[in-house]
Design a protein around this ligand. Structure first.
Ligand SMILES: Nc1ncnc2c1ncn2[C@@H]1O[C@H](COP(=O)(O)OP(=O)(O)O)[C@@H](O)[C@H]1O
Ligand SMILES: [Mg+2]
Length: 273
């Protein structure tokens, strides 16, 4: 398939994508929204801010992802990667900068309103309800939907077959990799236009990591752009269309995944040589 960066890997079923997310840019309605028809699909632009009245954690940080792309943020512990994700999702008040989704300025919106706009976010911690079954977790994920979501659940079971098998088990009984599948599945239940993942492979074995990355590629191939933070920097950059190295709340290096993997400074400082 020409123009498909992921070749013939993964499933080709694009129906998990919400129709509203697959077309051309949506017209912007009302409010202070500013159209940016040629801008990136999602951008957190020159973001500066911190927690509550505390010091700034992010300094002029810019992260963007285009339709059809996987963008990856890497960087040392405490660099502000999760903070950048939370800022994009609206869990942090920015002192400067903007967040735009599909041409619309969403900087002032609550996280809930951003979900309604098409953002799916899987946080780094506490991303599932451990006492609920797999199926209940997925149902909770569909909380904003008023239509029949059983078809979406079937698609998620097709993407993550182990979840179908364990649908009646409490999610807390699953392995680390399986729990991450529940968390990603939960976010997909809203039929997001965009998926944001904070360390989806944390604490899993290399084999499970590879498998999770394959599934994330599958999701991206269905047309849902993916923005993710990863501590497995080298492996994540291998599947990244675009990569960001963050240091102390700021952009240190930006490039294609390949460029960053080939960059000597990036290799030495962040990829272990
Ligand atoms: N809820 C919070 N309240 C105050 N400071 C926080 C909070 N979460 C993270 N921080 C601080 O923000 C900085 C960046 O943390 P974080 O974004 O979690 O980094 P990373 O995800 O890159 O490891 C750290 O100094 C951390 O202590
Ligand atoms: Mg983090």
């Amino acid at each position: 398939m020409s123009g498909d960066p992921y070749g013939d890997r993964g499933n080709k079923d694009a129906t998990i994508v919400n129709p509203r997310g697959t077309g051309t840019a949506q017209p912007v309605k009302g409010g202070s929204a500013k159209a940016a028809p040629n801008g990136p699909f999602l951008i957190g632009e020159t973001m500066t801010g911190g927690y509550g009245n505390g010091p700034d954690i992010l300094h002029d940080c810019t992260i963007s992802v285009e339709k059809g792309e996987i963008a990856v943020i890497v960087g040392p512990n405490g660099a502000g990667k999760s903070t950048a994700m939370k800022a994009i999702f609206g869990m942090l008040d920015l002192r400067a900068g903007h967040v735009r989704l599909d041409g619309e300025d969403i900087t002032a919106l609550s996280p809930q309103a951003r979900v309604a706009k098409g953002m799916g976010f899987v946080p780094q911690t506490s991303n599932i309800f451990t006492s609920m079954t797999v199926e209940e977790n997925l149902e909770m994920g569909a909380f904003i939907r008023t239509d029949d979501f059983s078809g979406t659940m079937e698609q998620i079971f097709d993407l993550f077959p182990i979840l179908r098998e364990k649908r009646r088990q409490p999610a807390g009984e699953l392995s680390g990799g399986q729990r991450q599948q529940v968390a990603v599945g939960r976010a997909l239940m809203t039929q997001p236009k965009l998926l944001m993942l904070d360390e989806p492979t944390a604490g899993v074995s290399p084999i499970v990591m590879d498998e999770l990355f394959e599934r994330i590629i599958d999701v991206a191939r269905t047309g849902i752009p993916v923005l993710m933070v990863e501590q497995n920097a080298r492996q994540a950059l291998e599947i990244a269309d675009k990569g960001y190295v963050m240091v102390q709340g700021a952009n240190a290096y930006t490039g294609t995944g390949k460029e960053l993997l080939a960059d000597e400074d990036v290799r030495k400082s962040f990829l272990g040589g």
